[in-house]
Write a protein that binds this ligand. Structure first.
Ligand code: NAP
Length: 325
């Protein structure tokens, strides 16, 4: 099969389209014929080996342990392991894999797959898993957004942010999206009630107004973010700066967050998304009811996956970057 693989860490030039063996599916795993995959920050991090922290936590000290890149996928079940009970050959699925989804076939644990939303194309469905699950857990599970809450999403035009705006609206929040001016119309079209153009104004423009802030972009100090938060508000720090600081890549803010939280009245939380079929099924319900629609920025054919990653890493896609197989 054809797949995008790499032998060493480095820039997008280390990626090659090669003929490789189909990955074998274990007893609890599913072989998926991939129709579409998507780019997320993790793809860039595992390609480049930066921040260096990822090398220390088991992804390969000198070179990546897994040569294939890509995590999000949507496709058709081609084979199932002996203990798989939820899927059969021919089912349309979406989720995340461990073997690289920029490939004609990929293997995913059964627990990381769900039936594809009936109203989405494969391209749209591939855009959902990593970013949609992160947004759902940031907005609903950690943020506790419910009707009437004032919510700010920083990085509202990005992969995670474009889902977060829609999920917060679906839960009844009053949403302000923070993005560059050129994306303001797009962020309003996702449902945002208001927009702050961060190139002109700061997030504390309106004072301590927000019950929940989900921060997915930039590296604003916690003190600045807290100035936009009500005295008992919740700040969820999920991302930003992944390709800036070489050692920790922005994770230091998420790590500091629970420590600072002990000394202030506001609730400050770091977000680490937990994958699985349960949040995917929750997203499917939101998608099939029409509350959430993936925003796809551009699609690239498999051979151009390096160009897709380069476009993502330049930092300004409007929604998700998708690779079709
Ligand atoms: N915690 C977790 O479990 C988890 C899971 C997934 C991703 N992440 C992290 O989340 C972050 C975002 O991921 P993503 O996939 O959404 O990335 P993305 O698609 O590149 O989105 C980032 C968005 O931020 C905007 N932006 C850039 N600088 C900004 C600033 N200073 N202020 C406000 N907005 C700014 C960019 O658009 P414009 O500048 O054009 O408006 C872009 O749309 C990454 O750091 C990633 O590592 C964390």
């Amino acid at each position: 099969m054809k797949a995008i693989v790499q032998d060493v860490y480095g820039p997008v030039d280390v990626l090659e389209l090669r003929d490789v063996d189909r990955p074998p599916a274990g007893d609890d795993e599913v072989l998926v014929e991939v129709r579409a995959a998507a780019v997320d920050a993790g793809v860039w991090i595992l390609m480049s080996g930066r921040p260096y922290l990822v090398r220390l936590i088991g992804f390969g000290l000198r070179k990546p342990k897994v040569a294939g890149r890509g995590r999000d996928l949507a496709g058709v079940v081609a084979a199932t392991g002996a203990r798989v009970t939820r899927f059969k050959v021919g089912d349309e699925v979406y989720g995340t894999c461990e073997t690289g989804s920029f490939a004609e076939f990929a293997v995913a644990p059964e627990r990381q797959l769900a039936p594809k939303p009936a109203n989405l194309s494969f391209e749209q469905a591939a855009a959902v898993p990593v970013s949609g699950v992160t947004a759902l857990q940031g907005i609903r599970d950690l943020g506790g957004v419910r009707a009437g809450r004032r919510v700010m999403v920083i990085g509202a035009a990005g992969g995670v942010g474009s889902f977060a705006v829609q999920i917060a609206k679906a839960l009844g929040g009053r949403v302000t999206g923070v993005c560059s001016g050129a994306k303001a119309d797009m962020v309003r079209s996702l449902g945002a009630d208001d927009v702050i153009d961060y190139t002109r104004e700061e997030v504390d423009r309106d004072g301590p107004r927000y019950d929940v802030i989900l921060d997915m972009a930039g590296d604003r100090p916690l003190s600045l973010l807290r100035r936009a938060l009500t005295p008992r508000g919740t700040l969820v720090v999920g991302g930003g700066g992944y390709n800036k600081a070489p050692l920790l890549g922005g994770f230091q803010r998420a790590l500091r967050t629970p420590l600072v939280s002990k000394f202030v009245s506001q609730n400050l939380r770091g977000l680490t998304a937990k994958e699985g079929f349960e949040p995917l099924e929750d997203l499917t319900r939101l998608i099939e009811s029409g509350s959430v629609t993936p925003a796809v920025d551009r699609t690239y054919p498999l051979a151009d996956a390096p160009a897709a990653i380069r476009h993502f890493a330049e930092g300004h896609p409007a929604g998700k970057v998708v690779v079709t197989v």
